[in-house]
Design a protein around this ligand. Sequence first.
Ligand code: FMN
Length: 384
Amino acid sequence: MAFGSATQTLAPSPESPADNAEDLRSETIDPCPPESVVTPNPYLIADARIERAWAHWKKLGEPKLIVAPMVDNSELPFRLLCRKYGAEAAYTPMLHSRIFSENEKYRASEFTTCKEDRPLFVQFCANDPDTLLEAARRVEPYCDYVDINLGCPQRIAKRGNYGAFLMHKLPLVKSLVEKLACNLNVPVSCKIRVFPDLQDTLNYAKMLEDAGCALLAVHGRTRDEKDGKKIRADWKAIRAVKNALRIPVLANGNIRHMDDVKSCLEETGADGILSAETLLENPALFAGFRTAEWVSDSEDDIQDGKLDQADLVVEYLKLCEKYPVPWRMIRAHLHKMLGEWFRIHPHVRDDFNAQSILSFEFLYDMVNRLRELGVSRPLYVKNT
Ligand SMILES: Cc1cc2nc3c(=O)[nH]c(=O)nc-3n(C[C@H](O)[C@H](O)[C@H](O)COP(=O)(O)O)c2cc1C
């Protein structure tokens, strides 16, 4: 359902916020003190805010397995596919707060949701508190957190002055968080990268919590550590953040299969994990499936899971027929999910790339062609 039309069926009226929308405003004393009232004890008020952050998280069922935000990749059909295979919550792709506020066409094509798409984090990049609030107000009836992207390390974020390029503009970051915490009916969350120096990371995380952030996702790589396949995320730094904060903390980085999920939760103490790259190849990750890449010869308790990436592509395409998204997103997912298959039959990939206009008929035929060529790349599961 497109965001524009969702208002008819999903949006509560401004007077009656959604059930799960916690009003953090009234008890957030530090960021937004009430005017002309005797200021209550800030420690008690901060305690109340932390309690509300936890109550909200618990009400959502304390999701542990979460689809990370991915530009052009964590869109509605993909989120729904991951949810079918075990994801307990999901982030939208990063949305640009200024364009989102100004441009209806952008809103309609880049943010779609439906009632099964919960719990949901809607993520924005921003560098202006009022613009961010305007964008956030449009989505708050449809989501469980409005998230601020403080981790994007790409050149476009440097040019646009957002994401990880705000890591050295802490007063601005603080004002973004406070603006949402004081004015929205849903809690604000943030996603950060770590600093090279642990103490800087801890100070940053603490500042976010004090400003009203109700949940923090920590990607355990620095702004310069862009290659997630080559550089391991620092789970120890995430552990230190978890120990230093009182709000729920999510860990991000190094999740390739469910054994990693278990180790990550144990080693970081985090309340949940986010996965990005691995899910793109294997949206069934959270249901215990793994690609052959993550099966070692020494493991004898692994078997064919009777599901493969072509099955997942077909499911994904059906979801895209039901919930239309731009073709560029579909194209990107097919390359990721069928990457191994294309390596075996590059002429099928060349044919796919040559299509300037795609159709569902062509894509279903392409999957059939790969199958007829006898490719089999099963996903594996552990016998438990
Ligand atoms: C295709 C792609 C798009 C991404 N887009 C976003 C984004 O919109 N917002 C964000 O905070 N992080 C984004 N990321 C980063 C991921 O959310 C995640 O932090 C990073 O990939 C590390 O997780 P991983 O090791 O599981 O891949 C993106 C990553 C990928 C691969």
